[in-house]
Design a protein around this ligand. Structure first.
Ligand SMILES: Cc1cc2nc3c(=O)[nH]c(=O)nc-3n(C[C@H](O)[C@H](O)[C@H](O)COP(=O)(O)OP(=O)(O)OC[C@H]3O[C@@H](n4cnc5c(N)ncnc54)[C@H](O)[C@@H]3O)c2cc1C
Length: 378
């Protein structure tokens, strides 16, 4: 039997996530847009509301909930603040390799602090020489006995200046096929955040660079097997990164529809609200079709993972579909607003800028098509 309904608990969780977003996040959005900085109040609120704890197992201080609940939370948060959803989605991306590939010792060391929001996570894979092609990274490790020594630089890292617990990928300096994934933390000398980016959208989400200079990492910090780290980071991006972008895109689509309907009901032309115009209704219908289809794709992929399956291919389809649809929805929402859509006091102008940033994160649409074609032809 295929059950397309949420459980009562999941409906209650959505209600709580919506209330959290509307009461704790909404008041901070304008300030984050103005300053382009992450709001401390938002980070604190996310921790207090246990939003970082969703998929962390209960034995390590988490809520032990599933990918479905994570999607629900991201959708509700993104509906109010796309920037905050992005920040939260990458926290989880940093946590996942520890949950899936970390030793018991690493799990006990990091997960309780991450679940409570005392520690903040990210994942650092991308470099100037390797985004779509992670094998092109230049950050390299040498070995001194058991100790790994890492040098290099990462770019476009979400939460770069916020995170104190980071999963990183580095390449063996003597073997282009060997990669290691490590978890590093703020108590380890030899790494620091450097340049901060100024993005066109998601302004309340921090993105920047990290540099590693003779960063010494003990073997106990390894995630997965030595030499097989590419699998560790790619699994997290496939299972959690893509899904996170789906939740973020769905929330933005919902916000585009709501703001469009609100404006269209208020804007009077020819003596009646423009919501009476078929052209406007068509745009709203198109946005709604995309949102409903995207939800089916996204929640199906999450449901597969929740029963122990792998759905990185299904998430590639959902990621492609929803992030493209969110960009379309944001443009239509701006169009419905006429000239007002270009004015910053209308949220749709923010949605438009935010939608432009959805594409590359966790893999571009081109890369999603590469993955989907490989799946279709396998
Ligand atoms: C806001 C934001 C947050 C991010 N956060 C993180 C993070 O926290 N951690 C992290 O590690 N990375 C992060 N990234 C990096 C992101 O994963 C990369 O930007 C993305 O993978 C694309 O890599 P690139 O920017 O180097 O583009 P490139 O790989 O240089 O791509 C350039 C163009 O070539 C196309 N292309 C590349 N390969 C193919 C192919 N095989 N077939 C067809 N077309 C192709 C691409 O689609 C694109 O159009 C973030 C990026 C952004 C924008």
């Amino acid at each position: 039997m295929i059950d397309f309904t949420f459980t009562e608990e999941q409906e209650m969780f959505r209600k709580a996530a919506r209330e959290f977003a509307e009461t704790k996040l909404a008041p901070q959005v304008a300030e984050m847009e103005k300053t382009g900085e992450v709001s401390d109040a938002v980070v604190k609120a996310l921790g207090e509301a246990e939003m970082m704890a969703i998929t962390i197992p209960e034995e390590y201080g988490g809520l032990g909930l599933g990918y479905t609940e994570r999607l629900i939370a991201l959708e509700e948060i993104s509906r109010v603040s796309v920037a905050t959803a992005m920040m939260l989605q990458v926290f989880a991306l940093g946590i996942e390799p520890i949950v899936k590939f970390g030793s018991e010792e690493l799990k006990h060391k990091y997960l309780p602090g991450l679940a409570s929001g005392k520690r903040l996570a990210t994942t650092a894979v991308t470099e100037a020489t390797g985004g779509s092609d992670p094998t092109g990274i230049k950050s390299a490790y040498t070995k001194d006995g058991d100790t790994f020594i890492v040098n290099g630089r990462k770019c476009f890292i979400t939460n770069s200046h916020l995170a104190d617990t980071i999963t990183i990928l580095a390449k063996a300096d003597d073997n282009p096929k060997a990669f290691c994934a490590f978890v590093i933390d703020k108590d380890m000398p030899g790494w620091k955040p450097t340049h901060k980016e100024h993005k066109v959208g998601m302004r309340g989400c921090n993105t920047g660079e990290l540099s590693f200079e003779d960063l010494k990492i003990g073997p106990e910090q390894l995630l997965g097997e030595e030499g097989k780290g590419l699998r560790v980071t790619m699994a997290a991006i496939g299972d959690v990164g893509r899904g996170g972008m789906v939740g973020t895109a769905l929330g933005l689509q919902a916000a585009c529809i709501e703001e469009s309907i609100k404006f269209a009901n208020q804007r009077i032309l020819y003596g009646k609200p423009i919501s009476a115009l078929q052209t406007i209704q068509n745009k709203i219908a198109e946005m709604k079709i995309d949102l409903e289809a995207g939800r089916l794709l996204g929640y199906r992929a999450a449901a597969i993972q929740d029963v122990g399956g792998r759905s990185s291919n299904e998430f590639a389809v959902a990621k492609y579909y929803t992030t493209e649809a969110a960009q379309k929805a944001a443009k239509m929402a701006v169009d419905i607003h006429g000239g007002y859509g270009c004015m910053e006091e209308y949220p749709v102008s923010r949605f438009w800028r935010d939608s432009a940033v959805l594409g590359p994160s966790a893999g571009t649409s081109d890369i999603m098509k590469v993955i989907i074609a490989r799946w279709a032809m396998s």
